[in-house]
Design a protein around this ligand. Structure first.
Ligand code: ATR
Length: 286
């Protein structure tokens, strides 16, 4: 790590709780590898203190910070501007201090697109994409897949009304991607037959539970599976994929990808390829 001195710039992450965050380890490793005079720390910010904390971070001249649960949407009113990535995701995971103005970005969705390419050799234009879930994570994913040239995205959610809300919000944006809803399990089955990729954006799998309605046997032999869950590293969905010989990846690459893109926003450079992912693998294996 660079010697901390009078010129060291501060980066960090705000969340509540935040002690479990893997970002400080991977960001500090990347800063050290690039010999940049920054330090990255975790700030536990209670929702009641969010506004004051943002005022403090701005006036202390913090160079930038990540934003995690539960502040990704509630931070928006306290920022001075939003990049298109944050506008379309309606959420912020990265803030950059630009001469005292705090600008919000969202690198989660683009981190997913990066991980799909690296971990599954999948480009958004490669075929139909089925997205399971219609919450904040799904919104960010669909926004980035649209920007990256996906031709058709099909959304399936346990609560169909929420999927409809998500699709309607995208109809207001200039997006050439066709976004459809699978209204029930039989429609989902039919869409899965032609899909090239299925993405789980829900938290189902974290507790070894199984995604309802999804049967991977409905996908073609070339279908790929991406599970945003990364702990456990082999979720029941990924276990099912490996049993039937389908290519699959967990969300660790997305976590690394969003971090690499945030790092680039703050410092102007990308960290060495693969460094953040290998840090995460070391932490998760130990
Ligand atoms: P996030 O920001 O992580 O996406 P969220 O906005 O709360 O979190 O959305 C959670 C998503 O996971 C929703 O699509 C939710 O489905 P509902 O809209 O029906 O609630 C989905 N989800 C959570 N638990 C689920 C479960 N046990 N089975 C199926 N879907 C589930």
């Amino acid at each position: 790590m660079h010697q901390i001195d009078g010129k060291t710039r501060v980066l960090g992450i705000i969340g509540h709780p935040v002690g479990h965050s893997l970002s400080p380890v991977m960001q500090n490793a990347a800063l050290a590898a690039c010999r940049l005079n920054y330090v990255y720390v975790a700030f536990n910010v209670h929702p009641d203190n969010l506004e004051e904390s943002i005022l403090g971070l701005r006036s202390l001249g913090v160079a930038g910070f990540n934003v995690t649960i539960p502040h990704k949407s509630s931070i928006i009113p306290y920022l001075d501007g939003l990049d298109v990535s944050a506008q379309s995701a309606c959420a912020v995971n990265t803030v950059k201090n630009v001469d005292g103005r705090l600008i919000g970005f969202n690198t989660d969705g683009d981190g997913l697109v990066r991980s799909l390419a690296e971990d599954l050799d999948f480009l958004p234009g490669d075929g139909d994409i089925v997205v399971i879930g219609a919450g904040g994570a799904a919104r960010g994913a669909v926004a980035s897949l649209c920007r990256a040239g996906a031709s058709r995205v099909i959304i399936f959610n346990r609560t169909p009304a929420r999927a409809l809300e998500l699709v309607e919000s995208f109809s207001l944006m200039s997006c050439t991607t066709e976004i459809l809803i699978a209204a029930d399990s039989s429609e989902l089955k039919a869409y899965m037959k032609n899909a090239s990729l299925l993405i789980n954006t829900t938290s189902v799998g974290m507790n070894q539970d199984v995604l309802p309605f999804v049967d991977l046997a409905d996908l073609s032999n070339n279908g790929r599976i991406y599970d945003m869950v990364y702990a456990p590293s082999v979720t029941p969905l990924l276990h099912q994929a490996s049993k039937i010989g389908l290519r699959a990846a967990n969300g660790l690459g997305m976590l690394a990808g969003q971090g690499e893109l945030a790092f680039q926003i703050w410092t102007g450079i990308l960290p060495p390829s693969g460094l953040m992912k290998s840090c995460l693998l070391n932490i998760c294996d130990s």
